[in-house]
Design a protein. Structure first.
Length: 290
């Protein structure tokens, strides 16, 4: 089992049903059990995550086991390492004199970016929140504590407890993010540009990113400006050199998996130059909570 939830993390958790503070009721046994004063009980899974979904929470995730395995394999190859290090460095710079921040990763998936935060700030702790149990099973790293939660129903955290957070390629609930973060705390929201992986999307006739870059920025601003002060946008671009297996994983680890014929995709990949060069292009928007 993963490391026990730290007292600091336990102290900020609340019951998803009644909103009362949670406490660890069985710290002396291998199975961690959390309870509130109203008697709601939550067992931490042996795979490491704690499920805190309320009665209004969405219970299903789009992630299949195959998608999660492919995503984990692609991330483990560290193609995105320069980007992960960059946003971790940006957040670290915003921490100022706080050497031991409590951070959040909103939509953490397999925990790749949460782990980058801890690598940049070894004394920090990070709460990784996602709806996918399958993904969070992969997010096993010291200092990363995984919570299965639904951003639209509200995260099971007390108000204004996080010192900083990231939101990478994930749904955005500005009101909920603002409730979780302390006043003045930084939030980095990262979104792909039209150029992101366009070589793969063009070759495999995949879903287009959908909006022009400036429209994506406006979409982020519309969700966050009411609750946050915008500071700046940083563009990260670099080239990736991928194998055929990498390209297949890249396509099948996301929503394209639901409408892509794997045999046809493999035929397309076989016809591509090997190795295949693609563009990484992502904008990261820095905000501060009010």
């Amino acid at each position: 089992m993963s490391e026990p939830f730290s007292p600091r993390v336990v102290d900020v958790l609340k019951c998803p049903y009644c909103g009362m503070n949670l406490r660890l009721s069985s710290p002396a046994v291998s199975l961690e059990v959390f309870t509130c004063d109203h008697g709601h009980t939550f067992d931490r899974a042996r795979q490491g995550y704690l499920t805190l979904l309320g009665k209004h929470s969405q219970q299903k995730t789009a992630d299949t086991l195959d998608m999660v395995m492919r995503r984990a394999r692609f991330h483990e190859a560290d193609y995105y390492a320069p980007f992960a290090a960059e946003i971790a460095g940006q957040l670290k710079a915003e921490m100022g004199e706080n050497p031991t921040p409590l951070l959040g990763d909103f939509g953490a998936g397999t925990g790749y970016y949460a782990q980058a935060l801890i690598a940049a700030m070894p004394e920090a702790q990070c709460i990784a929140l996602d709806l996918s149990k399958r993904a969070l099973q992969r997010a096993k790293a010291l200092g990363v504590f995984c919570i299965v939660a639904d951003t639209w129903a509200g995260f099971p955290l007390r108000d204004h407890v996080l010192d900083g957070a990231i939101n990478v390629f994930a749904p955005r609930n500005g009101e909920e993010f603002a409730r979780d973060l302390k006043s003045g705390a930084p939030l980095i929201v990262s979104t792909p540009t039209q150029k992101h992986m366009h070589e793969v999307r063009s070759a495999a006739e995949l879903i287009k990113i959908g909006r022009q870059d400036h429209e994506k920025r406006e979409d982020v601003r519309s969700k966050l400006d009411r609750y946050f002060d915008f500071e700046k946008t940083t563009l990260t671009e670099f080239e990736l050199v991928l194998s055929g297996q990498d390209v297949e994983d890249l396509v099948m680890m996301g929503p394209n998996a639901y409408h892509t014929n794997l045999d046809e995709l493999r035929a397309t990949i076989t016809a591509l130059p090997q190795p295949f060069h693609v563009t990484f292009s992502v904008e990261s928007h820095l905000y501060h909570a009010r």
